[in-house]
Design a protein around this ligand. Structure first.
Ligand SMILES: NC(=O)CC[C@H](N)C(=O)O
Length: 464
């Protein structure tokens, strides 16, 4: 039996795609290539290799310790994950069609890679590496498509803040002016940055469609055309890489932390989702009510609400994510509810055939969140789960007793919900759950064990 790795290398048409990239390398004078993958927290990891080795790399790939999928993390008790004595080597092989030249450094290109267990491992050599979030999404999505005939398309709303730098190069959180959402004058202040970001996005295949200043200092949202889940996840990763580069070039700091400032809006990353059969949107209404999603849409919605507690762990994955939920009044969700054009609900039917999932922020790993949404919606459709009636009230004025269900309001509760939910956990197969759980549990415990300025202010003079 050929291994997953061997099948990958021998895919139909891959040789020709490899030759086409070689032609680009030679014509454009590319000398160096980044072989990239994405870690559990959404960081871009990988190796750089001179371009003359392109052909060899497409067959042999690069080798790396597998703990790199967990940012080479050591937990607070000093335990290694993924690179202790029992760790194994991963092999990364390029997805040749993702090869792109970096517009800011045309001698350098990047290509995304799929990860495998090393060829010499005792157990499952050459099998897909289950801690590869990018590979997992592709496989989970393909399985969903095989079973249901449908695929997920997503458009994201990646909010982030451009911060000025202090003279010593650290990001400044001072000198904020009062922000106004959708204010063109403040948007214009960022225009030099925006031009540069758009130029790079266009060169890297992002079809940029609109943008605006949001309601926090320097808070920008730039959108590109929605697409299949895998493409959108790769583009969001590319967008983040572009922002980082533009920040370096223009002396600003692109801040993707969900809630850096109290009392102003946070950085969300709403997911606009729809399921398609071929080119037919399956969320479109199928009754006389033009606002009501069709049968598939409603049960997909039912699945999301049923699994929301566990989903939140994946889509709001940091301690800081929950500051966004607590500091209410800035359009962040609090209850497991949905509504038509109701910006205070967790899922908003924002247009016929489209749901805006809002329990997610700028720290999200899109490969994990899209896979988790696929599994939750798949369960909703399989079990025909009823999402209940739409919420028309302002969620912030509804008391817990009157509402359906409050979503987890801290990472610890969200982790407990994920542990119980086999459907959402199936989006983090094998090692992926082990790594995610270990990493996030450690993050939560480190937070709980930290004595902060708030503790001192509140309790130092507590008695007598
Ligand atoms: N325009 C918007 O939708 C704002 C969203 C808001 N920033 C949030 O954190 O949810």
């Amino acid at each position: 039996m050929p291994t997953d790795l061997e099948n990958f290398v021998n895919q139909d048409g891959r040789d020709e795609a490899v030759r086409q990239v070689r032609r680009q390398i030679d014509e454009k004078g590319v000398t160096y290539i980044y072989y990239q993958f994405v870690s559990v927290t959404g960081r871009i990891m990988g190796k750089g290799v001179p371009a003359e080795h392109w052909e060899r790399m497409t067959e042999k790939g690069f080798q790396l310790v597998y703990g790199s999928t967990a940012n080479l993390f050591i937990d607070r008790k000093g335990d290694y994950i993924g690179y202790g004595p029992d760790a194994w080597e991963l092999v990364g092989l390029p997805d040749v069609e993702t090869f792109q030249i970096l517009p800011w450094d045309p001698q350098t290109a990047r290509v995304f890679c799929t990860l495998f267990r090393g060829r010499e491992e005792e157990q499952d050599p050459g099998a897909y590496l289950t801690s590869d979030c990018r590979g997992n999404l592709a496989r989970i999505h393909a399985e969903f498509e095989r079973e249901t005939g449908m695929h997920l398309r997503v458009g994201t709303e990646p909010e982030m803040m451009w911060l000025k730098l202090n003279p010593d190069g650290t990001p400044s959180v001072e000198g904020k002016t009062k922000p106004f959402c959708y204010h063109i004058d403040q948007f214009a202040e960022l225009q030099p940055l925006i031009h540069r970001v758009l130029e790079y996005c266009k060169a890297m295949g992002l079809d940029m469609i609109q943008g605006d200043h949001e309601d926090a200092p320097g808070q920008l949202e730039l959108n590109w055309q929605f697409d299949r889940a895998e493409q959108t996840a790769d583009r969001l990763t590319t967008y983040r890489q572009i922002c980082k580069q533009v920040g370096r070039e223009m002396g600003a700091f692109p801040c993707f932390m969900p809630k850096p400032f109290m009392g102003v809006s946070a950085n969300s990353c709403h997911h606009n989702i729809s399921l398609w059969q071929g080119d037919t949107n399956m969320f479109l209404p199928d009754t006389d009510n033009p606002r009501m999603p069709g049968k598939i849409g409603l049960s997909a919605l039912g699945g999301i609400l049923e699994h929301l507690d566990a989903l939140v762990c994946v889509t709001a994955p940091t301690v800081n994510s929950y500051r966004r939920l607590w500091d209410t009044g800035f359009w962040a969700p609090v209850y497991a509810n949905w509504g038509f054009q109701n910006r205070t609900t967790t899922v908003r039917v924002s247009a016929p055939g489209r749901f805006e999932y809002k329990a997610t922020d700028s720290s999200v790993n899109p490969y994990l969140s899209f896979a988790a949404l696929i599994q939750a919606m798949g369960d909703g459709i399989a079990r025909n789960i009823d999402p209940g009636p739409p919420e028309n009230r302002n969620s912030y004025e509804v008391s817990t007793g009157q509402a359906t269900h409050k979503i987890p309001m801290n990472l610890g509760d969200a982790l407990a919900a994920l542990e119980r939910d086999q459907v959402v956990r199936s989006a983090l197969p094998g090692e992926m759950y082990t790594i995610f759980e270990h990493y996030k549990r450690d993050e939560w415990e480190r937070f709980c064990a930290t004595v902060t300025e708030w503790d001192i202010n509140e309790y130092l003079d507590i008695l007598p």
